[in-house]
Ligand binder design. Structure first.
Ligand SMILES: *[C@@H]1O[C@H](CO)[C@@H](O)[C@H](O)[C@H]1NC(C)=O
Ligand SMILES: *[C@@H]1O[C@H](CO)[C@@H](O)[C@H](O)[C@H]1NC(C)=O
Ligand SMILES: *[C@@H]1O[C@H](CO)[C@@H](O)[C@H](O)[C@H]1NC(C)=O
Ligand SMILES: *[C@@H]1O[C@H](CO)[C@@H](O)[C@H](O)[C@H]1NC(C)=O
Ligand SMILES: CC(=O)N[C@H]1CO[C@H](CO)[C@@H](O)[C@@H]1O
Length: 492
């Protein structure tokens, strides 16, 4: 799985692209706790980083190694006796922008909640081990992460006199699953959870993802996915003839001359280019400016209008135009679509390496827990060339993990958490109809206290972002609905 595809996963174009988010103009935010404000060298306010000591291995009493995990606090809204809100960090650096804005803070203000955010082990600045060797990555798992959350809840609850308050967990995407599982596995520590766009069912193959991409493109314009298919088929055809490689290199502005030595090379290129569409669909209308970071205005509509623009030439040329627009938007000089470069980066075990931003860690989690491989194995989608075998092969290439091991690990994950059949109470599962991840989420009420909240027409994690006047009415209603549920549950 290309890193780009990985970056699809969590509420994350935002999380990964912009670490500089941390820096926010001082006093700009109402209720922003002065106490936790510190200033950087340019006198701007940033959130103070706090650290909690954790065990490296929560499941081995004979192993006493420890490390420090990063967290943030915003007590501006807290009223004595109020609840505690815990935002769960995911597969990237914890983004303290969520301490300043987002739907959960609107709830916190109304409910007098204290807000905390804990970074996930092995991501951002939370380094449990000296490097990211495969041997060390064995301590990276959702189970260890939940145990971190439990211990954090215990020590911070005691230290701040919040042990007897009601705690509510929040998360979107993978952290949404963690929010649900935290409530499932530690019901004595978490009173309720908001599990947004949470893929609670692990699966090795996830071809439904691209099926939703197709449907989302078609909902803009029925011809759009057909044109994408035409373009992608042309590219696949040309990849069979090395004489075309110079043109392909130029058309897609590749950083180095295209070389296809194995199926991995072509699959990686095809997946990277499909990633343009996957990203835009997953974050349609979410890619807006957030906390001082410029958003992009590239939506499904924009991509489909390029795909329909005959003045650009044949569909293949329009596909290349989409790739160049994305590069331009993300300030990339050229497209690095070489699998050998990817392999070199993904196997670099240094915390300074480029894949340490989350790619090496997250793909390890997919190989050892979740799968989630967005393959082209379904006929009902427009892309070709990155089948499941290619995706699973990366587990071997990066970590020496076999296909059998992946299959077994994924089955174990569902056995451990229950998959779709999660048994718990007071967990709400908001989902967006155009978000490809909803296919692995809870999409229908399981019980009165395990409700789904359906948001027609929204993408990944839309309900977590701050409200805007142009939001769809059903999105505003969904936010209100979750608020009412929390209000009701906090009285129980
Ligand atoms: C490369 O592109 C040029 C210009 O579009 C075209 O004339 C040429 O035939 C292409 N070469 C190959 C090998 O397809
Ligand atoms: C997106 O925004 C940029 C800069 O604000 C603007 O130049 C561009 O025309 C916009 N593109 C579309 C497709 O709206
Ligand atoms: C890993 O990445 C770091 C930082 O970019 C670099 O200094 C180091 O040489 C790389 N290690 C290997 C083995 O390539
Ligand atoms: C890969 O794993 C296999 C079996 O799990 C083991 O025998 C082999 O030595 C490993 N290879 C490397 C390079 O670690
Ligand atoms: C797209 C999708 O899966 N939507 C579901 C979200 O949850 C509601 C229940 O509130 C379902 O009715 C939808 O089908």
């Amino acid at each position: 799985m290309a890193f780009q595809t990985f970056s699809l996963f969590p509420c994350k174009v935002i999380l990964l692209v912009v670490v500089s988010l941390l820096v926010v103009a001082e006093g700009q935010y109402k209720g922003f706790g002065k106490f936790y404000q510190v200033q950087d060298s340019s006198h701007r306010a940033v959130f103070e980083e706090l650290w909690v000591t954790q065990k490296l291995d929560h499941f081995n009493g004979a192993d006493s190694r420890e490390w420090k995990q990063r967290y943030f606090v915003n007590e501006a809204f807290y009223r004595p006796g109020g609840p505690v809100f815990l935002m769960i960090g995911g597969e990237g650096p914890a983004n303290s922008a969520w301490m300043l804005d987002g739907t959960w803070l609107t709830y916190a203000e109304k409910m007098g909640a204290l807000c905390l955010m804990l970074e996930h082990r092995f991501y951002g600045k939370s380094h449990p081990t000296a490097d990211l060797s495969t041997d060390n990555l064995r301590y990276l798992s959702s189970r260890q992460a939940l145990a971190d959350l439990a211990h954090f809840r215990t020590v911070v609850g005691e230290a701040r006199g919040l042990a007897n308050r009601k705690w509510v967990a929040f998360g979107g995407s993978y952290p949404g699953s963690l929010a649900a599982w935290f409530r499932l596995k530690y019901p004595h520590l978490v009173h309720a959870s908001v599990a947004t766009s949470a893929p609670v069912h692990a699966t090795v193959n996830f071809p439904e993802y691209l099926e939703v991409v197709r449907r989302s493109l078609a909902s803009e314009n029925a011809e759009c996915p057909l044109l994408v298919k035409k373009a992608s088929d042309t590219l696949v055809e040309r990849l069979k003839d090395p004489k075309t490689y110079d043109n392909i290199t130029k058309d897609f502005n590749l950083c180095s001359k295209l070389q296809i030595q194995s199926e991995m090379d072509s699959a990686y290129l095809l997946e990277t280019l499909a990633g343009n569409f996957m990203d835009v669909v997953q974050y349609n209308e979410d890619n807006r400016a957030f906390e001082g970071v410029p958003g992009t205005n590239i939506t499904i509509k924009v991509l489909c209008s390029i795909m329909g623009d005959t003045s650009l030439g044949e569909p293949y040329a329009r596909y290349a135009a989409v790739a160049r627009l994305m590069m331009h938007t993300f300030f990339m000089n050229c497209l690095d679509a070489s699998f050998s470069t990817n392999l070199r980066d993904m196997t670099n075990t240094s915390w300074e390496g480029s894949a340490a931003g989350g790619g090496r860690q997250w793909v390890y989690q997919t190989c050892t827990e979740f799968g989630f491989y967005q393959s082209t194995d379904s006929p009902d989608q427009p892309f070709t060339g990155f089948p499941l075998e290619y995706q699973v092969k990366q587990c071997a290439d990066y970590y020496n993990i076999s296909a059998e091991q992946v299959a077994e690990a994924v089955a174990q994950t569902n056995e451990y958490y229950g998959g779709y059949d999660i048994r718990s109470t007071r967990i709400v599962f908001p989902n967006g109809s155009i978000d490809p991840w909803h296919a692995l989420g809870i999409t229908q009420d399981i019980a009165a206290d395990l409700p789904a909240v359906f948001i027609k027409g929204t993408a990944h994690c839309a309900n977590m972002y701050p409200a805007r006047s142009e939001d769809l009415p059903q999105l505003a209603l969904a936010r209100d609905h979750v608020f009412l549920l929390l209000q009701q549950w906090l009285k129980q």
